[in-house]
Design a protein around this ligand. Structure first.
Ligand code: MG
Length: 372
């Protein structure tokens, strides 16, 4: 996070002073091509911040919500899925019921695995190491270390189909169910999981293999009809070239925030549309309401919209980022405010200084580091 701040403040902002904010494409190309050392999460997050700001300015000048500048609404509202998590089946069922009560009409199912202490997506809040919050200036706590989780692929592959069987028996065939393997499987393991989940009619299997290797998905695709989604850690369209060009996936998962902004994500969706692939913008809580609002405008405007991940925000986040977008009956709408429809309360934000935190890491029973 601090690297992105530095990239923006020290390298990008000086280039923008005195330039025409209406030249969105030219500014994007200048920041991307002009830097020579292209791509990467830090660079693309910084460019995204500028791109979203420029679209916000242009839409405000026009007096229109951003989606109108992207071609207008292609649908009335944007369907979302929520997160249902549980250490065991009773806890998971309670979580599914809670999401349904909140209005969600689709859910991502993550569950504990017998024999493992912790699993991705379950009790996430307590698994993230946070430095002790001290009021005052942001600081780096050098003593903070990632929580270490454990992993056993064979136990996971045995357990997950039984979970989906139980969820289907309890909640019926209608509700779209998703599952995130979080890049932990080899291609043949992922193929086996996709195959074993086919009777439970998943909406998608997400991030089944480590994302660096696009060729891996070819093998998975040959063996299963379970739909595949990937891309939340991708930064440019080039990360998708094989996947989209050969139609090896069904959903592209990149977020406005990490993909260089609204401009390149719109181009990715148009490229994906030519290959019958739909959008599914990454939307965990650490995508701020700025990134979420930009996403919802795109979701409403593009034709090949699939679904939007949305796990809501804390009350503090809603206070700091006042937003026009609404969440009703499991669906989002960007609202009709000019621009992206988010106002940042900088004074209130200053009351919540940056606190460094690590995501967990993952080790096998013998201590080997595994993908988290
Ligand atoms: Mg994911």
């Amino acid at each position: 996070e601090l690297s992105v701040v530095s990239y923006l403040r020290d390298h990008v902002a000086p280039l923008l002073v005195g330039t025409d904010p209406h030249r969105i494409e030219d500014t994007w190309q200048l920041l991307y091509r002009g830097a020579y050392w292209r791509r990467g999460p830090v660079t693309m997050a910084a460019i995204a911040a500028v791109d979203v700001a420029l679209w916000d300015i242009k839409a405000k000048v026009a007096g229109l919500p951003l989606y109108q500048l992207l071609g207008g609404a292609s649908r009335d509202r944007v369907r979302t899925y929520g997160h249902a998590n549980g250490a065991d089946l009773p806890e998971l069922f309670d979580s599914v019921r809670a999401r349904l009560a909140e209005g969600y009409t689709a859910g991502r199912i993550q569950t504990g695995v017998p024999g493992l202490k912790t699993v991705y997506g379950v009790h996430q809040g307590t698994a993230i190491a946070e430095a002790d919050g001290v009021a005052g200036a942001p600081r780096l706590d050098q003593t903070a270390r990632p929580v270490v989780e454990d992993w056993d692929t064979r136990a996971y592959l045995r357990h997950i189909p039984t979970v989906f069987e139980a969820v289907r028996n309890e909640f019926g065939p209608e509700i779209p169910l998703l599952h995130d393997a979080h890049h932990r499987l080899t291609p043949i393991e992922a193929a086996r999981l996709g195959k074993s989940l086919e009777p439970y009619d998943l909406f998608w299997l997400e991030d089944c293999t480590p994302a660096e290797n696009q060729d891996a998905l070819r093998l998975v695709r040959e063996h299963t009809t379970t739909p595949l989604a990937i891309g939340e850690v991708f930064n440019t369209v080039f990360d998708y070239q094989t996947l989209v060009g050969e139609q090896l996936i069904d959903y592209v998962r990149s977020a406005v925030t990490h993909f260089g902004g609204v401009s390149p994500l719109r181009k990715l969706f148009d490229y994906a549309a030519q290959h019958n692939i739909k959008s599914a913008i990454h939307g965990p809580e650490d995508i701020s309401p700025v990134g979420m609002a930009a996403a919802i405008h795109l979701d409403l405007a593009i034709h090949n919209f699939g679904i939007q991940e949305y796990s809501g925000y804390t009350d503090r986040t809603h206070e700091v980022f006042q937003h026009a977008f609404t969440f009703t009956d499991g669906h989002l709408h960007p609202g009709e405010a000019a621009g992206i429809g988010v106002e940042l309360d900088e004074e209130m934000a200053a009351g919540h200084p940056y606190a460094p935190a690590y995501l967990p890491v993952n080790r096998l029973a013998d201590g080997t580091v595994h993908d988290w």
